[in-house]
Design a protein around this ligand. Sequence first.
Ligand SMILES: Cc1cc2nc3c(=O)[nH]c(=O)nc-3n(C[C@H](O)[C@H](O)[C@H](O)COP(=O)(O)OP(=O)(O)OC[C@H]3O[C@@H](n4cnc5c(N)ncnc54)[C@H](O)[C@@H]3O)c2cc1C
Length: 299
Amino acid sequence: MSKIIVVGAGINGVTSAIELKKRGHKVVLVDPGPLPHPLAASTDISKAVRAAYGPDEDFTVLADRCIELWRKWNTDFGIELYHQSGVLFVCQNPMQPGDFEYESCRLLEKHGHRLERFDSFTFHQRFPAFAPDRFQDGFFDPDAGYVESGRVVATLLEYAKSRSIELREGKFTALDETDDRVSGIVLEDRHRISGDAVVMAAGAWTPYLLPFTQKFFRASGFSFAAEAAEFFPAGALSIFRSRYLSDRLLRFSAKSGSGKNCKSRTRTGNVSRFFQTRGHTRRRVRFAQISKIDNPGAR
Ligand SMILES: Cc1cc2nc3c(=O)[nH]c(=O)nc-3n(C[C@H](O)[C@H](O)[C@H](O)COP(=O)(O)OP(=O)(O)OC[C@H]3O[C@@H](n4cnc5c(N)ncnc54)[C@H](O)[C@@H]3O)c2cc1C
């Protein structure tokens, strides 16, 4: 049995801790808290769960396995954490090979999903709330849905405690290295925790916690559209600051139409989703810190 330190108690950290415990290790889970951490990507009201990943078959297969496990967790915990509401994908033009929707549809059907397909007429009959004649094509995947993500992390943390996983409040600052091997971690308050192995699961913070990972590993972020500003009252706006998050981007218009509107707020009021557009999703941003934005244009 090894003693393993898991840094970060978001969804990846808490599930790693539980799995390592199941495999017979002693586990310490470290996070500054409060938990679930209000700034963690995992702490949100909901997250979409779907196996539609365009032409990426590996992801489709993994997501199908996840959906089975979500159903099992619903049963095991006796709480409906995964809501199998189905997910609707709509297109303004007929789907074409190479499109995300077309390729998703092809792979989902290959993997046994019983999709409902639409044309402009049947779509409007089935979903009359949508503007008529606007959508020409699309499909509904009844196996997909959403999870109550913050509640999932809270539930798993309770489960972790019940399995004698030690939850330690603290902020990782460095690996404790002696004789060219890692012997634990050092916390901000200079306390040391010893361990045989360390699992870094600090989400978007991870690349910046270890000096050597900064060279090849970075977190990415999305630009934020000021059009969503009315959803975020003055003073309640926290966003991921980045060097790209300039006034210009804050005023970035939603007019491209290719964007995916991701606005939402966590239960604590932090903005955790951004307006994602074709022009900016792949743009690498330096994830520096999360702080109250002082830019009045964003309010
Ligand atoms: C806006 C948005 C929307 C998303 N939507 C979806 C979706 O619909 N469906 C989906 O499947 N996925 C979605 N994702 C992705 C998903 O939320 C993330 O992949 C996932 O939550 C990442 O979990 P994590 O545990 O790696 O990181 P996090 O949840 O961010 O957890 C990291 C943890 O590390 C801790 N930490 C940070 N620094 C330290 C330190 N120095 N010492 C100790 N602990 C530290 C933090 O406190 C935090 O608790 C979305 C992500 C975002 C940002």
